[in-house]
Design a protein around this ligand. Structure first.
Ligand code: ADP
Ligand code: NA
Length: 330
């Protein structure tokens, strides 16, 4: 296979993915299937770095896989698997832990933010070494491209540093990956606070659009989205973040360019844009939810897709791990 290889992981933590996850990440996964030898995993090992409930984790991991398939990942065209089904991730992570400086790991801003929010006593060492597990995730597949958001840039830099360090110290073993900069990754903002990124940890559930929520409730959230006191529908992220966010979502879901939307809504009020967007979202999400449910209703098919994915992933991961083990003297 001569295609460049892509690798990305997504957490199963929240159960339902939200619209930001879909437009900012999952849709790129679907596109990359066409151009890359793509590996996608549900990162359940990462999910246990914070307190978790086993039954919930098990259910959410399957739910995440079902949603990825419903969103358009095709097991014939990519490799979809569950991280814990491939033990090489934890094995290579240990090796990478032993190559990482304590100070170097301490500089990871995402850890600093998360641990500050949780407090030191509730923060696990697993959360501290989370970026190093991520390094192993990427290097195991010799990934060329890693489609991630801006917030992951520092972790990709760490991956590049550790790959180069290993290669220099023990001989060429790992591909040094580049972050995959997608031309136009939509960044989606909270519908109630359009200056904050839409996030599963949103302060108010009214601003968060979960894909598996009742579509009627989501439609209501679009109709009551916070905008501004002006009346003109124009893309201006600085002065009109709410309207700009609605235009971004509209454009991403319909494929209509933003200038064309601005023209279409000339002389119309915010209410028209919000109502249209509510309808567009419901029309998209309804079949998405049905496809997700169909996978959940057919556990044998889902198990078989995930077992095949794990087998394919393991064949690549085991080869890389064996080479790395050999180089370091095991
Ligand atoms: P959250 O921010 O809700 O905790 P995650 O950190 O689990 O979401 O993100 C999973 C993926 O979705 C990442 O690739 C991330 O960049 C992307 N993503 C999350 N929120 C948004 C958003 N509001 N807009 C665009 N992409 C997003
Ligand atoms: Na996050």
């Amino acid at each position: 296979n001569q295609r460049p290889r892509a690798l990305s992981g997504i957490q199963p933590t929240a159960g339902s993915f939200h619209l930001g996850n879909y437009l900012g990440a999952i849709r790129q996964y679907v596109d990359l299937q066409e151009t890359h030898d793509a590996y996608y995993m549900v990162v359940d090992l990462h999910a246990i770095t914070v307190p978790q409930d086993p039954a919930t984790l098990r259910a959410n991991t399957r739910l995440a896989a079902a949603q990825l398939l419903a969103a358009g990942l095709d097991p014939e065209r990519c490799t979809l698997f569950i991280q814990s089904h491939v033990p090489e991730h934890a094995q290579l992570a240990w090796v990478m832990n032993c190559l990482t400086g304590f100070g170097e790991a301490s500089r990871m801003t995402q850890f600093k933010d998360k641990s500050a929010r949780q407090g030191a006593d509730r923060t696990t060492v697993g959360l501290f070494t989370y970026p190093i597990l991520q390094v192993a995730d990427i290097l195991l597949y010799q990934a060329d491209a890693v489609p991630v958001g801006e917030d992951q840039r520092q972790h990709i830099e760490l991956t590049r540093d550790l790959a180069e360090r290993f290669n220099t110290q023990f001989g060429p073993t790992f591909t040094v990956p580049a972050p995959h900069i997608v031309r136009e990754v939509a960044k989606i903002y909270d519908l109630q606070d359009p200056t904050a990124k839409m996030s599963k940890s949103a302060p108010s559930p009214k601003g968060l659009v979960n894909l598996l929520d009742d579509p009627k409730a989501s439609a209501k959230k679009f109709r009551s989205a916070v905008t501004d006191t002006d009346t003109v529908i124009r893309f201006d992220e600085e002065n009109k973040p709410g309207v700009s966010n609605l235009l971004t979502i509209h454009s991403a879901l319909t494929g209509t360019g933003i200038p064309e939307l601005e023209e279409r809504y000339t002389g119309k009020g915010y209410g028209a844009l919000k109502t249209d967007l509510a309808d567009i979202f419901v029309a998209w999400v309804t079949p998405f939810r049905e496809r997700t449910q169909a996978y959940l209703d057919d556990p044998e098919t889902l198990d078989s897709v995930l077992a095949k994915g794990a087998e394919k992933a393991r064949s690549v991961a085991a080869e890389t791990l064996a080479a790395a083990y050999d180089r370091i003297g095991f």
